[in-house]
Design a protein around this ligand. Structure first.
Ligand code: SF4
Length: 255
């Protein structure tokens, strides 16, 4: 895809601006693919099955081509706004970025979200017998695989979004611009949605997995505390209007 094509796509009215910023990245399940520039670009870019294969050199070539084109467009737009991106990486900025990285990594919420990802990994490593519960759940018409898939999808996503919210909170404090909706609230909102869904999925597991009820209850309790802490740190997150999902599809259970 060349730059002109990229520009043309970006101007297409079909697409909802920024819809991909606060979604859960689960494109296979997304009801808004036709309104998402990100999705259209990947479909166009990786339409050739060979180019979807991450083992394949062509995939990486396409990916680096996409980064290059995006950077060129970014530089162009920045120039139009009177910003010279080349001046942004002086020593002071780099030090500032490093300090922010450290603050984000050390933040209690980031550490708790990371701990959750790790606990999930440990839990699944030890529970090889989950298969038998899957069979018994299926007898009741419950798809346990679905619950596992939801937990696995959000396992690292929650941490990534919580950390982005924390970072946003730090940056926004410096900017003090109350006029626009805050990225930190949007990131916290999608993290909270992912936590809600994960708790729901763990509740299904708990019902069928009687072998380690305490282990599952501990994870649910931890996740619930994380949810409470995120809500406390970002009190406006739940009210944040995510482009596309909360404006147009109010009430839909999509991303
Ligand atoms: S908005 Fe939907 S289609 Fe676009 S990136 Fe997010 S999940 Fe994928």
């Amino acid at each position: 895809m060349n730059r002109e094509r990229l520009k043309k796509l970006a101007k297409d009215k079909r697409f909802i601006s920024g819809i991909y910023n606060y979604c859960d990245r689960w494109c296979e399940r997304c009801q808004m693919t036709s309104r998402c520039l990100n999705f259209s670009m990947s479909e166009e870019k990786f339409s050739d099955p060979e180019s979807r294969d991450i083992q394949n050199e062509k995939f990486w070539n396409k990916l680096s081509e996409t980064f290059r084109e995006t950077m060129e467009l970014l530089r162009e737009s920045a120039k139009e706004w009177g910003v010279d991106l080349d001046t942004l990486d002086d020593k002071e900025d780099v030090e500032d970025l490093k300090a922010k990285d450290t603050a984000v990594n050390n933040h209690l919420l980031s550490r708790a979200a990371k701990k959750y990802s790790e606990s999930v990994e440990d839990w699944f490593k030890e529970k090889e017998t989950l298969f038998f519960e899957t069979v018994s759940a299926a007898r009741d018409g419950v798809d346990l695989d679905e619950a596992v898939e939801v937990i696995r999808w959000y396992q690292y996503f929650i941490c990534a979004k919580v950390m982005r919210a924390v970072r946003g909170g730090i940056v926004e404090k410096e900017d003090e611009d109350d006029e626009f909706p805050k990225d930190s609230d949007g990131s916290a909102k999608i993290a909270l949605i992912a936590i809600d869904r994960s708790i729901g999925a763990w509740a299904v597991i708990r019902h069928y997995f009687t072998d380690d009820e305490k282990g599952v209850i501990d994870i649910i309790a931890f996740l619930d505390s994380l949810r409470e802490a995120v809500e406390k740190a970002f009190p406006n997150a739940r009210a944040f209007i995510r482009p596309g999902f909360d404006e147009i599809n109010k009430g839909l259970s999509g991303n």
